[in-house]
Design a protein around this ligand. Structure first.
Ligand code: MEV
Length: 321
């Protein structure tokens, strides 16, 4: 039996989303496929494509994640999960663990003939993802489950999502791996500490963020790519103020700027991992991809991400929601 989970890219609001601010996330047409096989002594058999400098430091945590999801279905050590598909594992930011968690939950649901809705899949997957990321907001597992450009917000214990654009023409996005492995559990904890130590500054920064968020929604609705580019830069300077930037990311952003990018920002965990670079159009994204590849960066061309998104085309779409 098979299950799928999609990767994602956060347009704005990583980290602040953990503290109940709304964020905007795009699910990618790149997915992790999970096949269920009889238990082979380990829960995870990992055959996913990886970026060249991949460090398998999360292997044990993936085992814990799979065990938690298996427990939620009451199957203990009956099955192992083979991870494959076209979603590459990067040095952070693409939602690989959430995609795997959703794929495992869906594969088990199919295997056990449990007709679970999207919300139940997301909840089970999130309980697994907590083993890897500590206190995730649920944005990654939501985007791994539901396709489109989504507004996501966590309010107390309620996770809210709303699809802003189901079949919007593609955003010309390039994802560049900064080659610095990032750790979501650590960066989320660091931001929690920053908030505790700087409560007045935090409030000011959240007001700054809320203005960016509102403008990003406006830019997406009007499909104003130039405005969106500037907003990505503004979101990046906010990440910088939250101590989440690093020289690896800034180097990628410099190259992007020198090649005419409309804007760029770290996406997801931050302090490394992926940099989202916005181009003028698909051709510009392809040109920038060549430049980055030539100087040794691993890139993911995500420019077709939203155009190819439709529930009909999703092999993993739930029957119920
Ligand atoms: C990770 O993709 C996004 C973070 O905001 C963590 C989370 O929301 O779970 C850094």
């Amino acid at each position: 039996m098979v299950g799928f989970g999609s990767g994602k890219v956060i347009l704005c609001g990583e980290h602040v989303v953990v503290h109940s601010e709304p964020a905007i996330v795009v699910s990618l047409p790149l997915r992790t496929r999970v096949d269920v096989i009889p238990f082979s002594g380990t829960f995870i058999v990992d055959k996913r494509p990886k970026h060249p400098n991949y460090v398998p430091y999360k292997q044990n945590l993936y085992e814990e994640m799979a065990a938690t999801i298996a427990d939620a279905f009451g199957v203990g050590r009956l099955y192992s999960f083979v991870l494959s598909g076209d979603l590459p594992v990067t040095s952070g930011g693409i939602g690989a663990s959430a995609a795997a968690a959703v794929g495992i939950a869906r594969a088990l649901a199919a295997m056990l003939k449990r007709h679970l809705g999207q919300r139940e899949i997301m909840e089970i997957a999130l309980s697994g993802e907590r083993k890897i990321h500590g206190n995730p907001s649920g944005i990654d597992t939501t985007a791994a489950t539901i396709e489109g450009i989504l507004l996501f917000q966590k309010e107390e214990y309620v996770l809210f999502h709303h699809r802003i654009a189901p079949a919007q023409p593609a955003l010309p996005m390039l994802l560049v791996d900064s080659q610095k492995t990032t750790n979501t559990k650590e960066t989320v904890a660091a931001v929690g500490e920053f908030k505790k130590q700087n409560s007045l500054l935090w409030q000011t920064l959240m007001m700054e963020y809320q203005a960016i968020f509102a403008a990003v929604i406006g830019a997406i609705k009007k499909r104003d790519i130039e405005a969106l580019g500037k907003l990505l830069d503004q979101n990046q300077s906010l990440l910088d103020k939250l101590t989440l930037s690093c020289c690896h990311v800034e180097r990628v952003r410099d190259i992007a700027r020198n090649n005419g990018a409309l804007g760029s920002k770290n996406t997801g965990s931050s302090r490394g991992g992926l940099v989202l670079v916005l181009g003028r159009d698909a051709q510009h994204v392809a040109d920038m991809a060549q430049v980055f590849t030539r100087v040794g960066y691993f890139v993911v061309d995500a420019s077709s991400s939203s155009s190819s998104l439709s529930t009909d085309k999703n092999p993993a779409a739930d029957q119920a929601s």
